[in-house]
Design a protein around this ligand. Structure first.
Ligand SMILES: CC(C)(COP(=O)(O)OP(=O)(O)OC[C@H]1O[C@@H](n2cnc3c(N)ncnc32)[C@H](O)[C@@H]1OP(=O)(O)O)[C@@H](O)C(=O)NCCC(=O)NCCS
Length: 257
């Protein structure tokens, strides 16, 4: 398996936004491409991409109360359109998205066979793409030193018994362990398409030492979910991120505009 998901990607200084040329975008079978959009790129991206949005997407953008959130949505959705358009060799504004009963965006395009997942947190958005599979990505900002497990009710209804035990052992420095499980689980549930409307406690994620640091396994009510590639992603010091893809030996690469 080849991936650079574990190599430091650092938030770092952000270069000016240069959108990739659509004709140069290619997504081979077995590859997962993870694009990052840092907050500093949001305003230039949304200026360039706003016109590619459909009327319902513009309406959603305008419904945000804060310009920051409005621009963030425009940039994320515009970049999603730009990249999907490039992979499918069509204009971004020609694409149509609907939403599943569980809130998952669904691309309406004949035989697209393109899977994608989007996640954002304060400072960063990630967009993951792959072919002929299911893919989910999640990113969260690290919560610096806090013992989140001390917050009453936090994580209740999210963790399996096995995960809860692991978190109890990790205390008081449990914040990072908790965020690790949280991002893994959201990535998995987004790949499955249910999001948190499935019972998250029915799923367990755990380190996969056989495959090496950063790899993890998932199971549902004790039955392993096999044939997947599940990875922690290094999105920089301030973030925890994870990726789940229903391909056994995926090749994961980072990309940025
Ligand atoms: C999916 C979910 C886990 C995301 O949580 P989050 O950490 O707050 O947000 P993230 O930034 O990581 O992800 C948001 C993105 O997930 C995607 N998403 C939403 N629901 C999804 C689902 N069921 N499956 C996969 N992806 C989903 C969307 O692309 C969304 O981006 P957008 O708001 O720009 O369109 C959470 O929103 C959820 O569980 N939603 C489902 C709840 C549901 O059943 N809703 C039904 C009525 S809509």
């Amino acid at each position: 398996m080849q991936h650079d998901g574990l190599a430091a990607q650092g938030a770092g200084a952000t270069a000016p936004l240069v959108l990739p040329q659509p004709e140069r975008l290619a997504l081979p079978a077995g590859a997962v491409q993870v694009w990052r959009l840092d907050d500093a790129q949001v305003d230039p991206a949304c200026t360039r991409l706003a016109q590619t949005l459909a009327p319902d997407e513009r309406a959603r953008a305008l419904a945000y109360r804060h310009a920051r959130h409005c621009n963030g949505y425009i940039a994320r959705r515009g970049l999603l359109r730009w990249l999907v358009g490039g992979y499918l060799h069509c204009r971004p504004e020609a694409l149509r998205f609907t939403v599943s009963a569980f809130g998952k965006p669904v691309l309406q395009w004949p035989q697209a066979r393109l899977a994608f997942s989007v996640s954002h947190t304060d400072g960063l958005a990630l967009l993951a793409f792959a072919r002929d599979c299911r893919v989910g990505v999640d990113v969260e900002r690290r919560a610096g030193g806090l013992d989140i497990a001390e917050i009453p009710g936090f994580g209740r209804g999210i963790f399996s018994a096995q995960e809860a035990q692991l978190l109890a052992r990790a205390r008081p420095a449990s914040a990072d362990a908790l965020l690790g499980i949280w991002t893994r689980k959201e990535a998995l549930l987004k790949a499955l398409g249910t999001g948190l409307s499935a019972d998250p406690t029915a799923y367990t994620t755990e380190d996969d030492w056989r495959r090496g640091a950063g790899h993890w396994l998932a199971s549902h009510l004790g039955t392993p979910i096999s044939g997947w590639t599940c990875l922690d992603l290094d999105a920089g010091a301030g973030f925890r991120a994870a990726l789940a893809v229903s391909l056994p030996d995926a090749s994961v690469t980072w990309h940025r505009c």
